[in-house]
Design a protein around this ligand. Structure first.
Ligand SMILES: [Zn+2]
Length: 152
């Protein structure tokens, strides 16, 4: 655990055409220092197609419980935040191939996929942005992954 590392997780909405819209981003470094962002919507919910609205409702209800309209950070900052979080880090850990590839494309550095770190599951959220007692929270995920890496 001597390396400088950062664990990154994010939750998203998916729109047609496999377009990923990040909604929540969290990180945890080797000193258990955490960061957390929730992104403002890029479109009004009403302007989504009915298919996208249905998908969004499903993800909201059964996965992350992050309201479409929530958030306080502009999504345009996502890439710069990722670059900042990864700057000067020797290792970047991400759980999930899709997410790892997404981060890799931004930082242009190797990203280590935490394949064996257990399943990301609905849990008590560590942040206050979720509407529900059990949901998938990016901050909870990075905390759990930190414990996994620490052997706790
Ligand atoms: Zn959360």
């Amino acid at each position: 655990m001597a390396d400088r590392f950062v664990i990154i997780d994010f939750q998203w909405y998916t729109l047609s055409g496999e377009r990923v819209v990040p909604k929540e981003l969290a990180s945890c470094d080797n000193n258990f220092r955490r960061s957390h962002f929730v992104f403002k919507p890029v479109l009004n919910f009403g302007s989504l197609s009915s298919t996208d609205q249905r998908t969004a409702r499903y993800v909201y209800n059964y996965h992350h419980c992050l309201p479409w309209d929530g958030g306080n950070t502009s999504l345009g900052e996502f890439d710069d935040i990722i670059k900042f979080l990864c700057f000067n880090m020797e290792k970047i850990y991400v759980k999930g191939k899709e997410k790892a590839n997404y981060i890799k494309a931004i930082v242009n550095k190797p990203v280590i996929e935490l394949e064996h770190a257990g399943r990301i599951k609905r849990d008590k959220p560590s942040c206050m942005f979720h509407v529900g007692n059990y949901c998938v929270c990016a901050l909870t995920n990075v905390e759990n992954l930190y414990n996994f890496l620490s052997g706790n």
